[in-house]
Design a protein around this ligand. Sequence first.
Ligand code: GUN
Length: 294
Amino acid sequence: MLLIDGKKTSEEIESEIALRVSEIKQEGGKTPHLAAILVGNDGASQTYVGAKVKSCEQVGFESTLVRLEENVSEEELLKVVADINENPAIDGLIVQLPLPKHISVEKVTNKIKPEKDVDGFTPANVGRMTLGWPAYVAATPYGIVELLKRYKIETSGKHCVVIGRSHIVGSPMSILMARNEYPGNCTVTLTHSRTQNLPEITKTADILIVAIGKPEFVTADMVKEGATVIDVGIHRIADASKKSGFKLIGDVKFDEVSEKASAITPVPGGVGPMTIASLLYNTLLAAEGKVYTK
Ligand code: GUN
């Protein structure tokens, strides 16, 4: 069984990015600059944004964190986005989700200039990705594609089953795996909460991508011998034996599924660490003007 090590791969990608940043600086070019907007005090969001800012520093990027109160108006937030859109010093912008209930995610996302949308969440980037044009691809699907590529997982002609149809993981993943390039050229089945006979379908998957958000949902009896299994889930479960009082588990029952799979991502250390590497990569592309060339 091949363990697909997202931690190691993300470190390799971040070293490659750091190298490119030092070249840019030596050539007298502009240092890539990512801005993040964080609204409110959600603990998980603070941790994620903090990790993104720290990773920017590690690869030599500049970063700006804009923190806004939980009760900020939608209008004020839209104004901050508009200002960053027009600020030539900033190459990439992310608005950390979730946003408070009184703010429309659609309105805010749609306000981000597509050229700076390094999360790949705007309709322009989703559309470009779907058409196979150069685009900022959302961090999680992009990270998965990169893992499949770097671990040389065969995809052409294979049956890829995706569990979960979210806008930020399942749906783009299904499009990327079906496109006419590597990794891709799969026959794709996109499954979701209304799918009937799910285990019958997952048992035919050569590549199984699980983004359903339910702890240890996928068990060994749902997996074909020799499948590649990608686990996007991440859940905190109480564990008195740990100093922190909890452990992290995925959407896949790792111990039993890893016995059957030919390759599998662990949790933690699989897909998770790849998401920040993807965001940094998109920011580098933005700084170098490599996506919006047509
Ligand atoms: N919240 C959870 N994942 C993400 C992400 O990839 N980007 C942003 N902006 N917010 C998130």
